[in-house]
Design a binder for this molecule. Sequence first.
Ligand SMILES: C=C(O[C@H]1C=CC=C(C(=O)O)[C@@H]1O)C(=O)O
Length: 453
Amino acid sequence: MARVGTAVAGASPGTSSSLSIDAPALAGQERWVGGMLYLAAVDPLAGVDVLGEPSLYWDSPQMREVVAGWGEAGAMVAGSAQEAREVLRLLSSAATVRWAGEVPASLPGPWFGGMRFAAEGKDEGWGPFGFGRWTLPERMVWREGDRLAAAAFVPEGPGAEEQVRALLVGLGANFPAGPLPSRRTAQALRVSSSRLDFERSVERATETIAQGRLQKVVLARAVEIEGERPFAPVDVLARLREQNPRCTTFLFRASDGTAFLGATPETLCRWEGRELRTEALAGTAPVAQAQELSGRDKERREHHAVVRYLLEVLGPLAERIDADEVPTLLTLKNMVHLRTSVRAQLREGVGVADLVAAMHPTPAVGGTPSAMALAFLLEHEGLDRGWYAAPVGWVGPGRAHQVVALRSARVKGSKARLFVGAGIVAGSNAQAEWRETELKSLTMVRALGGTEG
Ligand SMILES: C=C(O[C@H]1C=CC=C(C(=O)O)[C@@H]1O)C(=O)O
C-alpha cells in the first residue's frame, strides 16, 4: 500500500508523521493548502543563506524550469514499482493542493521525487530513500517567466491558511535578491573503483552477446569518493548547473539527509496533457572525436536499440509518434552523445504513470531484450543502483517531467558514491568502456570539487 505522510510545518525530511492511508483513496480530495507570492529575487538557490540547505533542487534550462525546495509538507512513499505507478497516477490526476488566494500561472511539481532502478538491492546507503518517494516541499521557490515565485504548503486543517501566510511573509521578507555567490571549494579527493571487476563484467557481457542471448546491456559501476571535508550539496549543485548547461541538475534528499544529486543529459518524459517529449540518448565519444561518432557502427547499434525500443513501447500508448530520422550530436562539456528526439500525441487517458511503467528502463540504461538484460545485471553487475539510472523528477495534475538519473552521486558527509555506466554491444572493448565511464565520471568529480585528474 502506498502511504501518505504529513509533516508539521518547519519539519525537515525524515520527520514526516506516518498518517498511513491508501494513496488512491486520496484522489479528488484536497489535503494541503498552498499560497504564493512573487519575489524580487533572481536565484532560487540563493535561499540557502536564510533557509539552509535545500531539500530539493531542479534546474532544467531546456524547459526553463528552476526550483528549490525546503522542508516537507507531505510525502508519498511507494514500496514497489506497482505502488510507484499508483502514486504517480494519483499525483498526476488529483489536485492535492487547495490554493488560498492567488493561483500560480504555472508551476513545476509541486511533487518531487524518484524511485529505484530495480526492486532488489543490498546497499544500505539507499535504505533512507526507500523504493520510491515523492515530497511536497513546505516552501518552494521557482522561476515563472522572468520572475521568481514562492509558495508555501501546509496540511489542510484548522489554522492552515494562517500558517501558509506566515511562511510566505518570512519568504518575502528574507529571500536574498542576488544570485548565489560563487563558492569555489576545490579539494583533494580520494577516488577508488575496481577496474578489474568492471572489465570482467564487460567481457562476460560480450560473451553472452556472442552466444546470442543478449543484444545490448548497459553495465554500471560505482566510484567511491572521499573528500578532505564534508561536501556541501549547494556548492556541488552550483558547479553542476554552471558546468552542464545542457543537462538537468537535480537534488533529492532522503529522510536522513543523504543527498542524491547529479546533472543528467537524458529526459525520460516531459508530459503535458496529450503531448509527450522523449529522446533516445546512447552512443558516446570524447568531444575531440565528435565528428567520427555518427559514423561508428558500434555506437549506432547502441543508439538504435534505444530508438527501436521507444517506438515499440510507445506504439500502443500513442495516436501519433514523430522521431528524428537521423540522430544528432548532443555536445556536453567533455563528451558527445548521439541523440534522437521523439515526440508523441498520446491516446486519451495515458499519463505519466503509464509512460514511466512502459518506458523504464530504456536500453540506454538497461538493455535488449529488456528482461534478459535486467537478469544479466542482477547476476553480474554486482551493484545496487538505487536511484541511479531511474526516473526522477516532478509531477502535478496533468503534467510531469521525469529525467533518467545519470551522472549522479549519493553524498553523505565527506563521502560520495558516484555511478557511471556504458552500453555494451557486440564488438565492445572492456578497456574502451572503462575509459568511457571515466569520462562520464568527470561530471560529478568536477562538481565535487576535484580536478580532472
Ligand atoms: C548509462 C549512462 O549513460 C547512458 C546515456 C548516454 C550514453 C550512454 C552510452 O553511450 O553508453 C548510456 O547509454 C551513464 O551516464 O551512466
